[in-house]
Design a protein around this ligand. Structure first.
Ligand SMILES: O=C(O)CCC(=O)C(=O)O
Length: 276
């Protein structure tokens, strides 16, 4: 028997305390985690994705759940396997508890930091430019490798989601996986918490939570996979202007497929795919 397999039938997964933790701190690491089998799948998917896309930075493989990814086009032959991971029963249950009964998957990203040269991700809040109105999102960040402070785990500022979006500025330092950072006046780094996880464990966090991660200067790889979920009561606004990012790639939401994870769409979100 796979001892890490967790039951997904019957009772809700998050306890009242965990839900409160999410609401008050902006994140939660549930007891539920991916099975050993799913972890093995993820490790293999990461290997294949990186091998198939040698011109991409490994921290910037956007939307591997789509056949050609997004932003910088890539090859993701096993996009359906990524999609299945996003739809695992345990994750769905937790999303139902945090986001409510109507949930869409709209994005994903592999953040794989190779040993020694893995890029820093500066402190930021997600969503300033995301086309979700009203802005609402839960990210599920899954550890594929063992992640510790030493190999640049995710860091968060607990409670920072409560006061909304803060001003960001361009960060033009080299070797960053993201070129925007929250203005220093709004950042209290002393409050930062390291999210150290074993493979298959995951953290759910709010769209307004300040987070980031250091450069990986260790000898250990740090791979994490994130899925982005929104309530279908918000609109995915396809009228948002396309833009070209600093690397010269088109960021466009006009044709981004959305996948129904839970419940029904109220109808404003067009182009919804069924995953099965
Ligand atoms: O993987 C990381 O260290 C950062 C992830 C991140 O910024 C995100 O998921 O929004």
């Amino acid at each position: 028997m796979d001892t890490t397999e967790t039951t997904t039938s019957g009772a809700p997964i998050l306890t009242e305390e965990e839900i409160q933790h999410y609401e008050q701190q902006g994140y939660v690491v549930p007891k539920w985690k991916y099975s050993t089998k799913s972890i093995e799948t993820m490790i293999q998917l990461v290997k294949e994705l990186i091998e198939a896309n040698p011109d991409h930075y490994q921290e910037q493989l956007v939307c591997p759940h789509l056949p050609k990814g997004a932003t910088k086009p890539m090859v993701s032959e096993r996009h359906l396997d990524f999609l299945n991971l996003a739809m695992e029963e345990g994750v769905k249950k937790i999303l139902g508890q945090i986001l409510g009964p109507n949930v869409l998957l709209w994005g994903s990203q592999l953040f794989c930091k190779p040993p020694a040269v893995g890029m820093e991700i500066p402190w930021h809040q997600d969503g300033a430019y995301w086309p979700i109105r009203p802005l609402a999102n839960v990210s599920a960040w899954i550890a594929i490798d063992r992640v510790r402070r030493e190999n640049a785990c995710l860091k968060v500022i607990p409670g920072s989601h409560l006061s909304g979006l803060k001003p960001h500025q361009v960060d033009s330092r080299k070797n960053l996986a993201l070129d925007r950072t929250v203005k220093l006046d709004y950042l209290n780094k002393e409050e930062a918490v390291d999210i150290e996880l074993e493979p298959g464990e995951l953290v759910f966090f709010d769209v307004h939570l300040m987070h980031g991660s250091n450069a990986n200067t260790s000898g250990e790889r740090r791979a994490g996979l994130v899925f982005r979920y929104m309530p279908s009561t918000s609109l995915f606004d396809r009228s948002v202007q396309d833009k070209v990012n600093k690397s010269g790639h088109l960021v466009s939401y006009k044709d981004r497929p959305l996948f129904q994870v839970l419940g029904e769409s109220p109808g404003e979100n067009t182009k919804i795919e069924r995953s099965s």
